[in-house]
Design a protein around this ligand. Structure first.
Ligand code: GLY
Length: 441
């Protein structure tokens, strides 16, 4: 039964508890709301701060007005608040050196230093690291000159994968079987950035493995699967992610063993041995072929969004202690346990997304929740703010996601859709097939 008697996460809110630590979350999407809920439910945490946060984080903590790109402002905020831990959601402040600046002030930060963040900031750097360590990944060519475009395209079979070497929020990648489109993407990237990557197309099924890591050890969170295209059946343009579920059955125990041995172990050795060790999340974006062989599509240096919304609720142990341990370099001593449950999340997007989204429209029904035995469902808010009228309004492309947690994936998906069906936002859209690959296995 759907209830509107308040939201599950609000019940757990303990803003006034004095026993634990104060934590600052940087960012303002659904991932940061999932972090805020998980941290507010941690015994180790007393107050959750978020900057800039969103309507969801304001319900479990305190929002601050500093943007996630204002590095000076965020460092000052962390110092003023005297927080014991900063957890960085998005990649851009990490690439810009936020973690380095915080550690210089002896503030533990969950998120790597700028050198580590180059794994996401530069696709070419990531490819070179993978090749030097023998990590399975597609072949690639660097195209520096428009005169080399045709011969480079001849080197790979279609579909062609063209990547710009910049942070582009998922929009710097073109995958196309039309030669003229690949040519145009390569020429544009060469013109604007000086070079482009042309990569071998990998086939199979995608999965995301989020690895919490420091120099002392690592912990693999349950593998998840994102749905990056806007329309059902993985059609239409790419988005930041239209939904996800975990655990993803494509990542069988045998696949996870290979991921650990062939990818995570060498990366941990590489990242743990530098002058400044990597402390945070290594997001391993995988393609798993029909034989169960994993290859790396990309590394990111943060939790995924919407992958965080389906993996954080599966962590049974104290999230605050786990993230603090990684930030301090003592993860090997932390005990991290997981619920034997499934999670699914369905993103509700604004009209126009992933193009220009229509914003400032009222959202109703978002506070519905389900709590029936082991089945729970509720919303993670993202591009949503509380307006002057006291009601929720859309403010971005991905407005919220409905997350279900249940003993089976089918129940998790069903409860997410029950919640999403009770929400009204003019012109909004969502995918109706989240979890289809796993559910049809
Ligand atoms: N969901 C894809 C990402 O977070 O990069």
């Amino acid at each position: 039964m759907i209830s509107d008697q308040g939201i599950i996460y609000r019940v757990k809110h303990k803003r006034n508890c004095m026993a634990g630590m104060d934590v600052l979350i940087v960012g303002g999407g659904g991932r940061e709301h999932a972090l805020a809920i998980g941290l507010s439910q941690s015994e180790s945490v007393s107050t959750v701060h978020a900057s800039p946060g969103n309507a969801g984080t304001s319900m479990v903590g305190l929002n601050h007005g500093i943007s996630s790109t204002d590095i000076d402002g965020l460092v000052s905020l962390a110092v003023d608040l005297d927080v014991a831990l900063v957890v960085v959601g998005p990649e851009s402040p990490l690439v810009e050196g936020l973690a380095d600046r915080l550690r210089a002030k002896e503030i533990p930060c969950f998120g790597p230093h700028s050198e580590g963040a180059k794994l996401e900031g530069s696709k070419l750097h990531a490819k070179r690291v993978m090749k030097s360590l023998g990590i399975p990944t597609g072949d690639f060519i660097v195209v520096y000159d428009e005169g080399d475009v045709q011969s480079s395209l001849d080197s790979f079979k279609p579909p062609w994968v063209v990547k710009r070497d910049v942070l582009a929020g998922g929009k710097g990648v073109t995958v196309t079987s039309k030669r003229e489109d690949a040519e145009e993407a390569l020429c544009e990237a060469v013109e604007s950035d000086g070079f482009a990557l042309l990569e071998q197309h990998l086939s199979g099924e995608e999965a995301s493995v989020l690895v919490v890591m420091d120099e002392s050890g690592y912990v693999l969170l349950p593998a998840s699967q994102d749905h990056k295209r806007v329309d059902d059946g993985d059609r239409g343009p790419n988005t930041g992610g239209m939904g996800a579920y975990a655990p993803a059955p494509v990542a069988t125990p045998a696949v996870m063993r290979r991921v650990t041995e062939e990818i995570v172990e060498p990366m941990h050795h590489h990242l743990g041995n530098g002058d400044t060790p990597y402390r945070g999340c290594l997001y391993v974006g995988l393609m798993i072929d029909r034989d169960g062989s994993p290859s790396v599509v990309e590394f990111n240096v943060r939790l995924g969004d919407p992958e965080a919304q389906v993996t954080i609720p599966l962590i049974a142990s104290d999230l605050g202690l786990t993230l603090l341990a990684a930030a301090e370099g003592s993860l090997a001593r932390a005990e991290v346990e997981f619920h034997d449950l499934n999670a699914a999340t369905v993103v509700l997007a604004s009209e126009g997304y992933p193009g220009t989204p229509a914003t400032d429209r009222p959202v109703s029904g978002w506070d519905a929740c389900i709590e029936e035995g082991q089945v729970r469902a509720f919303t993670h808010l993202a591009g949503a703010v509380i307006g002057e009228d006291g009601n929720l309004h859309s403010s971005g492309g991905r407005v919220l996601s409905a997350t279900g947690i249940a003993p089976t994936l089918g129940e998790a998906v069903e409860s997410s859709y029950q919640i999403i069906g009770s929400i009204e936002l003019e012109g909004s859209h969502y995918r109706s097939d989240i979890g289809f690959r796993a559910l049809s296995r």
